[in-house]
Design a binder for this molecule. Structure first.
Ligand code: PLP
Length: 393
């Protein structure tokens, strides 16, 4: 930034760092023949019937604003969906907002609940947007580190240790990006006890809830006894329905919170794109079998990645969900940044160094398996060559 602009900037954003993932994308896209395991989005195109519904909506001239929280018809479908899939009951009229991705849901949640220096506990390694969004809203992100020994799961004791008089909320994300770790019902119940005891809120990022590969059914934090009133639930269409570019998310919460969030939303956003909301209605009405097919495909690829990474000497825990594996590269003696950079330059495989997801991510790399099986096979071959050539393990 040119020096003369610096004094115009707000103190809050001055220190904001660009996402560490971007840097690797930019480097990878300037090179030929790169296999990218860096992207955090499905390799599937949105199912045709969903695209067709949006096209039809345009043809029919649905180009106006909608109600601020989204088309009532869509909120009704979302309400049914959340109820059928996750056994949570949100009223379409006043408890649901169709956001611009879960990203905006996070922003709305923090801006609504945080006063200056209020603390939000973030389980790390974590999605790169969490801490910056808390900071932009005036809050203080407080990291809780996890490790593979514990399946990258946070324990109630770890949470309790970090609670202070300023703690306002815990941000939970199950399945987690980048580790893929999931929290089951019993684990969530133990966290709920702490939430209750310290009178906290929970921002529950459930954007990967459709991409869970264990037999155990997925449990939404809002479905845990006593937690409905304390949860701001975020979900959306990006990951499970392969609709990242549509920018459609779901926020569901107690109506008193939604009412306040809607005030911010109406001034900043007005509404989600009308024609795309018609696509989302179709996704919820007739798109679920495609979600199941995509999930089955990710599960096969997860199994392959975990097996192969362990085989080539990069110890990798078996993630329960999302589409990432997070193997350790400690045995190589390289930092995660060195590993990612050298792997990209020498073997043209792009992965994300773990430290961008928080301090406890150092020593790991994130590999997305949302890419075709032949690409994954080739990437693994190149990684093995890279490790062997350097006699790293
Ligand atoms: N939450 C997590 C954990 C993510 O990984 C992502 C995207 O990568 C998002 C939220 C943002 O999702 P959306 O596309 O709905 O904004």
């Amino acid at each position: 930034m040119k020096q003369e602009y610096v004094h115009y900037l707000s103190d809050t954003v001055k220190d904001l760092q660009p996402s560490g993932i971007r840097k690797f994308f930019d480097l990878a896209s300037s090179m030929e023949g790169v296999i990218s395991l860096g992207v955090g989005e499905p390799d599937f195109v949105t199912p045709w019937n969903v695209r067709e519904a949006a096209i039809l909506s345009l043809e029919q001239g649905f180009t106006s604003y909608t109600a601020n929280p989204g088309l009532l018809e869509l909120r009704e479908e979302i309400s049914k969906y959340l109820n059928t899939r996750f056994s949570v009951d949100y009223h379409p009229a006043d408890q649901i907002i169709v956001t611009i991705g879960a990203s905006q849901g996070l922003d709305l949640a923090f801006r609504t609940i945080l006063n200056q220096d209020d603390e939000v506990l973030i389980v790390e390694p974590a999605f790169v947007a969490y801490a910056p969004l808390v900071s932009v809203a005036g809050g203080k992100p407080v990291a809780i580190s996890t490790s593979p020994e514990n399946g990258f799961k946070v324990t109630p004791e770890q949470i309790e240790e970090k609670i202070t008089g300023r703690t306002k909320a815990i941000l939970l994300s199950s399945p987690n990006n980048p580790t893929g770790s999931t929290l089951n019902k019993q684990e969530l119940e133990k966290i709920a006890e702490i939430v209750e005891r310290y009178d906290l809120l929970v921002v529950s990022d459930e954007i990967y809830a459709e991409l869970v590969y264990e037999d155990e059914p997925y449990t939404s934090f809002a479905a845990i006894d006593g937690m409905y009133e304390r949860t701001i639930l975020l979900n959306g269409f990006s990951k499970g329905f392969a609709m990242t570019g549509w920018r459609l998310g779901i926020l569901a919460a107690p109506k008193e919170l939604v009412e306040v969030m809607l005030k911010i939303y109406q001034y900043t956003t007005m509404c989600a794109p009308h024609m795309l909301q018609h696509g989302a209605i179709e996704a919820l009405r007739n798109g679920y079998h495609e979600v199941e097919a995509m999930r089955a495909s990710y599960r096969r690829r997860r199994n392959y990645m975990v097996q192969m990474l362990n085989q080539i000497g990069l110890s990798c825990h078996n993630p329960g969900g999302a589409f990432y594996v997070f193997p350790s590269i400690r045995s190589t003696g390289l930092t995660s940044e060195q590993f990612a950079e050298e792997l990209l330059r020498e073997e043209k495989v792009a992965v994300v160094p773990g430290h961008v997801f928080g301090e406890s991510g150092e020593g790991y790399i994130r590999c997305s398996y949302a890419t075709s099986m032949p690409q994954l096979q080739e990437a693994l071959k190149r990684m093995q060559k890279f490790i062997k050539a350097k006699s790293l393990v």
